[in-house]
Structure formats: structure tokens, C-alpha cells
Design a protein around this ligand. Sequence first.
Ligand code: ZN
Length: 420
Amino acid sequence: MSQISSLLKFIDHNPTAFHVVANVKDTLSKAGYAEVKESEDWKLKAGSKAFVTRNSSSLIAFSLPKGKTVKGFRIFSAHTDSPSFRVKENPELEFSEYLRLNVEKYGGMIVSSWLDRPLSIAGRVLFEGAKGIEEKLVNIDRDLLVIPNVAIHMNSDINKGYQYGIQNDIPPLFAQGKKGSFVKLLAKETGIKADKILGSDLFLYPRQKGFVFGAGKEFAASPRFDDQACVYAGMRGLLESEKGTYVNVLALFDNEEVGSGTKQGADSTFLEDTLYRICDALNMSRTDYLKAQSDSFALSADNAHGVHPSMSGKADPVNRPILNKGVVLKFNGNQKYATDASAAAFVRSIAKKANVALQDYANNSDIPGGSTLGNISTAHVSIRTADIGLAQLSMHSACETMGTKDIDGMIALATAFYNM
Ligand code: ZN
């Protein structure tokens, strides 16, 4: 049975990277994974299952093989963040008693897709609590904001293309009245007194819930398919694999949409530190750790561009994924994707055994493509890596489109990978 409705439900619960981590944590805990902290000693033994988080927005989970020796790692990575608008400090902008919220871009979204639709705010708040500085997740779970377009009568050229200015065009309409409503609302929603709030990471999110469409229910549309579809597939693969002989690792990184260069991003030491800590807790030597690293493999999973019916000329003439036709294996001559022949051979052999359809992606040679986690994280932990993903349309829109069948292939591939 297709897993698309469980995926849509998962995404609907996760308006921000903080919520992704909280929900994955919760699911893993229920499946017997223990939380370990970077600031404490780790007590691990054969068969241990655990996870560690950094900044509450990145998470690495691992399960150790039942046998004594550690041959190497099987790492599946994906990213927890999606493009959005971040609420700035001092967020109220006043104009004739309209209050709008002062926002800035987080990542590269299709700006127009955020207008004239219900939006709200989610993220985390830090506050002065009984135990010092504490943190709380927040999701204002109602239609709170709209970014209204200017009428076509006042902007008659809009259909010839319009460049939205983020500072002036995008602040969403929030309230009518005097300044002070935002902090009052935040206090009410979090149950934290306004004068105890010390900081926040808050983002806009579209209220649109994911839905299935098409004559044969072939398609689904939802916010944040990129990259929560791969997060979900990796998590399911980890939970469903039973018999692996490697250390299975699920690495979920924040900040891919802004270049990964943060303490919790793929360009940090988080993965390297975690793999080393696992080996150290098992009393392995540095040489044993390096030996394990050399017999390791990573799947970097991030969504891919399906060929678009109205702009097929933007795609490669041959290596152009189609929705519902399988997991995408990505190649790039300039190594923006880490896949080489040896990594591709490895993935194709697992997919064949697991009966998972694969299709290939390469950019049109005249159009530079995006980048992702694979080649960034292999610069820190140098292991053989393949970039994979799920074909989708409208990447970085407030509502993206995928095929309903592909998620099943990605879960099956992740499970087979972890079962090696
Ligand atoms: Zn992505």
C-alpha cells in the first residue's frame, strides 16, 4: 500500500526543522532509541539504538549491529529545513493601523507562491524558566496571516513578470491596531510571560495541507516535500531494517537551504563527531575508526527535478526523471552531486535486489543546477557517497508536486540499504 498519506500527515505536523526533529525524536523513542547528549559520556554496546541532536534542528540516529565488530557505516542523510520567511527581531511594521510582520528570506523560494494564501508562524522560543534558559516549540495552529497581492488595476504589468521586493512587498498582514499585538499573541500561544521571552527562531509556513490529486490519484501536492519526503523515507527505512551488519546511521541536517555552513549543518563536524563518538564508546582505536570509515557508504537523499511538461527544454534530453517512475540517482560532472560510477554501481545493485525502480538525473548541460548535502558532508567524512532523491515539480514553491508512488520506492531502498 502506498505510504503517501502517512507522508502527508508527517509533513503536516512539521512546519519547521525544529518540529521535524521533535517528531523524529518522538517516533524513535517509541521504537526503543535512547537519547544521548553531546555533553555526556555515551554507554553503547552491540545492538544499542540511540540518537543525538544539535541545536534542536539537526539529528543523527544510529543503530549498532548485534555482532561485536563494527565493519563500517551505512549513512542515509536528508535535510530538515525548507525555504521560508523568517520573522525578524522587532517584527511589527505599522502603517495606518495595519500591522504587518517584518520578515526576511530563509533560502530561495518561489516568492509569488506565498501570496494570497493562509499562513501562520512556527518555530521555537527561548525563555527564562525555573531551570535557567529553557526552550519551547511553538506552532500557532490557525490561519493567522496573508500576504495580499496588489490589485492588477494598480500593477497592470504584473503578468509580464514582477520582481517582489522582500522588504516592502512580502510583510504579511497581521493585525489592525497599535503595536504590541505580536508579543502578546506569542505569550498567549506559548503560555510564557512576555517579559520572560529571551529569543525566538520563528518562520512563516503555508497552512495548506498536503492532498492527493489526478484522475487516477497519481499525484500529491504539499508544502515541504523537499526534503521531508526523504527525511520520512530514511526514518522509516531505519525503523524497518532488522538485520544489518553495519552501523546504520540516519543523519538529518538543518540549513541545507542556506548553504549548510552552520554548527548543525552538513558542512559542520556533527556527522564526523558522532561517528567518532560511536567508535570511542565501543573502545575502538583511531585506526579501527578509519578502517570502518573506508568500508562505509552514504546515501545523500534530497529531492530532484522531474521534467516539467511546460518547460521540458530545461531538462537534459535523456536523463530527465518522470514522476512515479522511481527513485532518482543524480549525476553532475562538476561534482555538485557526489555520485560516481563506483557509487552508482553500488546503488544500482541494491535497488535491483530490492526490486526498486531507479531513474537518472543530470542537469541540462547549459543550465547550472542546485547543490545538496552529499559533496559537502563527504568533505568532512570522506566516504563513498551517492546523491539520490524523489522526482518532483515546483521545487521551492509553497506547495510542491510529487508522484504518489515514488515514496514507497525510497522507503524500500532505504530499508534494503540498512539491511546489508
Ligand atoms: Zn532539498
